[in-house]
Design a binder for this molecule. Structure first.
Ligand code: UDP
Ligand code: MG
Length: 315
């Protein structure tokens, strides 16, 4: 019998939790022949009665557990805490608002049991019910992110995914402080199967993500998984160098044809000096980028499989 851990980050979700608990319990009951469930609610410093609701459910229901943060640390922190506490063979992360449909779990479970995949992820193929401008920025984010980092991000991918213990352990090895899970999931690799579904609106309560919160989160994503911004100055510097060179050539030509002006030389000189400075910044940025990646202490590689005999010798 396999054990499934469900991690539910909760921030001010007093209204949504009862709906969620009912749905997930239904699914858990329907799967009780195949798997046992462990629910781990992480109360992320809610200001409403979330903690009280969780206390009650944990008393009533043996499957339900909770941990509660001393203050709001953000969804990333809540997910990490849940992953650390989870003891299941398979682990899923789900929102409390039923935007991640529990009814997908049986299919996800069967797919992992078949053994070919290490993770079943979910992605929304529509964003209906979401403000247009928000969808547009989200699309732009995925485009830029995939251009400037090595980590592949799938547009519309949710944090809702069922993962094997092996993949969870790999994620926990990523010990960085500034966590950007969408990037981390991509970084660790493994075989992922995507289930697609239409966007569902939250069952109760309100979204915790304002436009600006999402904007800063996107910047976190860029800076956590790309060091490209650090060398932008070098690229501008090189462009300035080219401009300086062109101005110099024009200046020389004009001087030799007799209509030369000293301003061209001065402008060329200004561009040249700026170019040198910007390129120097870029070089420093490159070293900073290396240092930045070092201090994250990310695993250099992640092993997925080794032969049985070798396992006996090397654990
Ligand atoms: N959440 C959290 N801490 C926060 C913000 C959100 O634990 O600081 C939780 C929230 O309770 C929910 C999940 O993260 O279970 C996703 O948040 P929400 O549904 O508001 O985001 P949306 O689906 O609108 O993007
Ligand atoms: Mg939601």
């Amino acid at each position: 019998m396999k054990k499934i851990s469900i991690i539910v980050p909760c921030y001010n979700e007093q209204e949504a939790i009862p709906f969620f608990h009912e749905e997930i319990s239904k699914v858990a009951d329907s799967m009780k022949e195949k798997a046992e469930f462990e629910l781990i609610f992480v109360n992320d410093g809610s200001k409403d009665e979330t903690l009280k609701v969780l206390r009650e459910y944990s008393k009533k229901d043996a499957r339900t557990n909770y941990i509660s943060f001393a203050r709001n640390f953000g969804k990333e922190a809540a997910m990490l805490a849940g992953l650390k506490e989870a003891t299941g063979d398979y682990v899923a992360i789900m929102d409390a608002d039923l935007q991640d449909p529990p009814s997908l779990l049986p299919e996800m479970f069967d797919t992992l049991e078949a053994g070919e995949y290490d993770c079943v992820g979910t992605r929304r193929v529509t964003r209906k019910g979401e403000p247009k401008i928000r969808s547009w920025f989200a699309k732009l984010f995925y485009k830029i992110m995939n251009k400037i980092s090595d980590t592949n991000l799938v547009d519309g991918a949710r944090d809702f995914r069922l993962m094997t213990r092996q993949m969870v352990d790999a994620i926990l090895e990523m010990s960085e402080y500034n966590r950007f899970s969408k990037g981390i999931f991509g970084f660790v690799g493994f075989n992922i199967k995507w289930l697609e579904y239409e966007n569902i609106e939250r069952v109760a309560g309100q979204t915790k993500w304002s436009f600006w919160k999402l904007f800063w989160y996107a910047l976190d994503g860029f800076t956590a998984f790309s060091t490209m911004p650090l060398i932008i100055s070098a690229i501008i510097g090189i462009l300035f160098g080219v401009v300086a060179f062109i101005l110099l050539v024009i200046g020389l030509v004009l001087t030799f044809t007799g209509s030369g002006t000293v301003w061209l030389y001065i402008t060329a000189l200004i561009f040249f000096v700026s170019a040198v400075q910007l390129v120097c910044f870029g070089i420093m940025g490159e070293y900073l980028a290396k240092a930045y990646l070092e201090v994250k202490h990310r695993p250099v590689y992640i092993v997925k499989e080794r032969n049985e005999d070798f396992k006996k010798v090397n654990g």
